[in-house]
Ligand binder design. Structure first.
Ligand SMILES: Cc1ncc(COP(=O)(O)O)c(C=O)c1O
Length: 365
């Protein structure tokens, strides 16, 4: 059997280590996972009842078009239903976009340290990824624009950027969109937008009608706390959404996921609660990093990337032995770790463990 040549050397995606695996491997009773930017408070308390109510219907296929959820999200965002597409997480929307638009040899532009799923899907479709260096951890929109050619098909902007947590401002985004040729799609991944409190952050939905080549990605996996139910979505021009829909599998989101997302969306009080606690968590962690003399990128999502001044992968390994799972191994930033903002209790456990790891290291020097 001969696979597609583009996938032969493709690495398998490595998610954050599961808690149970770490407990077993290191003989630990308590493990704190701050590795996958999940919501440490879980989902809205209303979600449970919505799921239970849906259990009687699990033998029936879901509504493939997610009509009821689409209407609810459309109303919330102020866009029409034909401008929204739901997927098995926004991961799937990324895959569908690449499936619908790339042919081998197309070029696509992204930051050199950003969400890896853009490049892996581009690779699968035989598109060539042009990775533009971040500037101070932030998308360098001028350099990304300068990297466009007549073969460029899609530009990916992750805002806030995973893993650095930095944002591009509304002004910078608008100048960029004004300059990008209209035949190039700009995908604006806003997986963490609900966490952002910075007033310069773009209101992308307000500008969407001006740019037919703009597609916004959002998800219920982060602040809505529904990561395991796999509901993400794309918002864009009806023609573009129609094309993406044409390559979507018929039943790509579940009944339970749709029902849970709908009630989670209604509970904005809970979303506000999570945002406020996340903001406090960021202040606490940044304060502790200052105390420890560690540099970090300004965090706008629910995670922080901090410079631990030695191999991030080593610190990752030592933290895991103390029962704290973070992320490391970022090619562009080998001395950084990325930590998700947890509950205050989890953040304290993380800081204690980090201090212990770093103190042990300085005692060795
Ligand atoms: C920037 C970004 N985009 C998209 C996703 C995918 O989220 P999901 O597929 O759970 O909606 C993630 C998940 O971590 C992410 O960090």
């Amino acid at each position: 059997m001969k696979p597609k040549s583009t996938i032969v050397n493709l690495p398998v995606y490595q998610p954050g280590k599961p808690i149970e695996e770490v407990k077993k491997e290191f003989g630990l009773n308590d493990v704190v996972k701050l590795a996958s930017n999940e919501n440490p408070y879980g989902s809205s308390p209303r979600v449970k009842d919505a799921i239970l109510a849906e259990l009687d219907n699990i033998s029936i296929y879901p509504d493939g078009s997610s009509a009821s959820l689409t209407a609810a999200v459309g109303k919330d965002l102020g866009v029409n239903s034909n401008q929204i597409i739901f997927g098995c997480g926004s991961d799937e929307i990324i895959a569908l976009i690449t499936r619908a638009f790339f042919v081998p040899g197309d070029e696509t532009i992204m930051a050199d340290q950003t969400f890896s799923v853009y490049k892996s899907n581009a690779d699968i479709e035989g598109a060539i990824s042009i990775e533009v260096p971040l500037k101070d951890g932030t998308h360098d929109l001028d350099a990304m624009l300068a990297a466009t050619t007549d073969r460029t098909k899609i530009i990916w902007i992750c805002n806030p950027n995973n893993p650095t947590g930095t944002i591009v401002s509304e002004q910078a985004l608008i100048s960029f969109l004004d300059a990008v040729p209209s035949n190039i799609m700009v995908v604006l991944d806003e997986a963490y937008c609900e966490y952002v409190t910075d007033p310069t952050y773009p209101n992308s939905l307000n500008i969407l009608s001006k740019y037919a080549n703009l597609v916004i990605l959002r998800t219920f996996s982060k602040i809505y706390g529904l990561a395991s139910l796999r509901i993400g979505y794309g918002v864009g021009h009806p023609e573009v959404i129609k094309l993406i829909n044409q390559v979507r599998e018929p039943f790509n989101t579940s009944r339970i996921g749709q029902a849970a997302a709908k009630v989670a969306l209604e509970d904005q009080e809970y979303v506000n609660y999570c945002r406020e606690h996340n903001t406090r968590g960021i202040s606490y962690l940044q304060g502790e990093f200052d105390r420890l003399g560690l540099a970090y990128f300004p965090a706008h999502g629910n995670f922080i990337m901090v410079n631990v001044d030695r191999a991030g992968l080593e610190v990752f390994q030592e933290l895991i032995q103390l029962g704290v799972i973070v992320r490391a191994g970022h090619q562009r930033y080998p001395e950084y770790i990325r930590v998700s903002v947890g509950t205050q209790a989890q953040n304290v456990v993380f800081i204690k463990a980090l201090e212990q790891v770093l103190r042990a290291e300085s005692a060795h020097v």
